[in-house]
Design a protein around this ligand. Structure first.
Ligand code: ZN
Length: 94
């Protein structure tokens, strides 16, 4: 990228709003949630452990809600879509 494009990009970023945690903090650290995917539904036909990237607030420890819906956020955290605790399924349940 040339120096003018770099300057435009820098100005665009400096003039853009920060993503904030509910606590007001703007600094996050990366982490992972791991999902166990049953061989009954896995494309590979094998049990898989799949990482999902998350961002963690460095002040309060909450995982940043950066997903398209609250349902997705809850499900990434291992909850039902409505935020209630998920019942653990046996490997034979799908
Ligand atoms: Zn926070």
């Amino acid at each position: 990228m040339d120096p003018i494009e770099n300057a435009k990009m820098r100005d665009m970023l400096l003039n853009s709003a920060n993503v904030k945690c509910d606590c007001g903090n703007v600094i996050f650290t990366p982490g992972f949630v791991f999902k166990r995917v049953s061989k009954l539904v896995s494309p590979s036909g094998k049990d898989e452990t799949v990482p999902i990237d998350v961002m963690i607030c460095t002040k309060c420890g909450k995982i940043l809600d950066m997903y398209e819906s609250k349902d997705s956020y809850n499900r990434i955290l291992g909850l039902n879509a409505d935020g209630t605790p998920l019942k653990e399924k046996s490997p034979l349940e799908v």
